[in-house]
Design a binder for this molecule. Structure first.
Ligand code: ADP
Length: 512
């Protein structure tokens, strides 16, 4: 095992890696921007080095500087976390060329899976089903129309270099093709410096189901079951679970073997994830492979009973996986909510400020992977995800109840968060029954946020006034020591908790 590892990231994932290092007896080196000087990952690591000003282009994205810091501090390996440099083949290669170990797949595997078109070619050759479409960039709109005619509308234009849903356009009929292609190319060029766009069939009402894989340097490739990630807003996942309510043991085995075949085809090593669309008929199609640890990895850890981040380190250090495929059957149910500093009632606008009060849920089956604490400043330089709240319980409905309980315990004051949104989400009958698709969340956004999608200021002001009045009422009743349980018609338990939060806020202000 390594003696020392540099953690090239920030926030909850940096802290997650530092914790894994501590449990393995490995010393950790944190890096931080000036904005993160007091962040928990900096304090918890054995050493910490400031690498520059707040913008990530001047700090967390400076690959050469990170390598230099690793060498200066005597770290033997670099863990990239997710985001930032984690899927940059040049960085993985530069780390290797510097005589250090990149805790992730080989640069060649990142490259092979980095372009959607090359990934489609590679996995198709290995017998993996992909969404019908092209594996080459489109020359022009007439070529796109001719191809679309072969499998019918709607179709989806996608940037070959795509990520985060950028450079993607749904096209419903031939007459829309030319302008959609032009705008997809423009967006792809701006976002990725590469305007290659290809076309695939638009699958109606599928689920997003992904398979975790783990591969060592000795040729073992294992699949660790699925995660259901259909609840997305603008292609950003908001709640994930394992297993998926739509996947039987037989389908799990088939999807798992398919993911392992894709990983083998890429010469994959370390932890990775194959994303699939699963349609209503149980057909699944490979979308892409994420060549890194994912945000939602804890749900797999909880149902499979292993520490994926520790295994990333152990694999990178050359250890052999001691498991066989039969060891991996999901036990119970795990759910994760991504707690973000966004205001759902206001179009998910990022909310900034200082966290004045934080109460983290605990109790049976509750896990908090966070990168914040009371006093943390939340700015606009980085991703708005503050923490992940994860629960584990014997069944799906018990996991939902546990998550609701944990969300109610959670208090974050100082910034708006997605907490109330997640509570409403978990009360919805479709979510409770698992009847969801990748379009479900967007289609139900208004009822979940309680705000019109395009609210004008008058409506917003009216809502704010109503909420304030409701808030005052609840503060009064909570102050009297008797929870109302939500007095307003159709109200869930949020108003009561909000009242309690207001009391907590007053208390913490007093303590300050
Ligand atoms: P990105 O790398 O930009 O995230 P993906 O290929 O992973 O792009 O697709 C992002 C999301 O778009 C998927 O999670 C799914 O919700 C939707 N999507 C992608 N391909 C299709 C398709 N062929 N049909 C329907 N929806 C799709």
């Amino acid at each position: 095992m390594f003696n020392k590892v540099l953690v090239a990231n920030r926030g909850e994932i940096a802290l997650r890696v530092v914790r894994a290092c501590q449990e393995l007896g490995v010393r950790s080196v944190a890096v931080y921007s000036e904005a993160d000087a007091r962040a928990p990952h900096v304090r918890e690591a054995d050493e910490a080095v400031c690498i520059g000003p707040p913008p990530s282009s001047q700090s967390y994205l400076l690959g050469d500087k990170l390598i230099e810091v690793a060498k200066q501090t005597g770290a033997e390996a670099i863990h990239p976390g997710y985001g930032f440099l984690s899927e940059r083949a040049w960085f993985a290669r530069a780390v290797r060329d510097a005589g250090l170990v990149f805790i992730g797949p080989p640069a060649e595997a990142i490259e092979a899976m980095g372009s959607k078109t090359s990934a489609r070619q590679l996995v198709t050759a290995a017998g993996v089903p992909v969404v019908p479409g092209t594996t080459e960039a489109l020359r022009d709109a007439s070529e796109a129309e001719a191809i679309a005619d072969t499998f019918g509308y709607p179709v989806l234009l996608k940037a070959a270099a795509g990520g985060g849903g950028k450079g993607m356009r749904v096209v419903h009929k031939a007459s829309e093709m030319a302008s959609a292609l032009e705008s997809a190319k423009r967006e792809a060029q701006n976002a990725f410096g590469d305007d290659a766009v290809y076309v695939e069939k638009y699958i109606q009402g599928p689920r997003h189901v992904e398979i975790q894989v783990l591969a060592d340097t000795h040729g073992t490739v294992l699949h660790l079951g699925e995660r259901e990630c259909s609840l997305q807003r603008r292609h950003q996942k908001m709640l994930e679970e394992a297993p998926s309510p739509a996947v039987s043991p037989e389908l799990r085995a088939r999807m798992g073997e398919t993911a392992a075949a894709a990983a083998r085809a890429a010469g994959y090593v370390n932890a990775g994830t194959c994303e699939f669309l699963l349609d209503r008929d149980g057909q699944f199609y490979f979308l892409e492979m994420n060549t890194r640890i994912q945000v939602e990895h804890p749900v797999t850890e909880l149902v499979m009973g292993l520490d994926l981040v520790q295994w990333q380190l152990r694999i990178a250090a050359g250890e052999k996986l001691p498991f066989d495929q039969k060891s991996f059957t999901p036990r119970g149910w795990a759910i994760e909510c991504r707690i973000t500093s966004e205001d759902p009632a206001n179009g998910f606008l990022p909310s900034t400020g200082r966290i004045t009060h934080l109460h983290v849920p605990s109790g049976p089956g509750v896990r908090w992977d966070g990168g914040i604490e009371a006093g943390s400043e939340i700015g606009l330089n980085y991703d708005p995800m503050l923490a992940k709240l994860i629960v584990h319980a014997p069944t799906r409905l018990l996991a939902i109840a546990r998550m609701q309980r944990a969300l109610r315990e959670l208090v974050i004051d100082g910034v708006e968060t997605s907490r109330g949104f997640h509570l409403r989400l978990l009360e919805h009958p479709d979510v409770r029954s698992g009847d969801i698709t990748i379009q479900w969340l967007e289609a139900h956004l208004n009822e979940l946020t309680g705000a019109p999608a395009t609210a004008d200021t008058i409506q917003l002001a009216a809502i704010a006034a109503a909420l304030a009045a409701d808030h005052d009422r609840n503060v009064r009743s909570a102050g009297a020591g008797e929870p109302t349980g939500g007095a307003a018609a159709g109200a869930d338990t949020v108003p009561h908790r909000d009242a309690w939060r207001a009391v907590a806020r007053r208390e913490s202000l007093r303590r300050d």
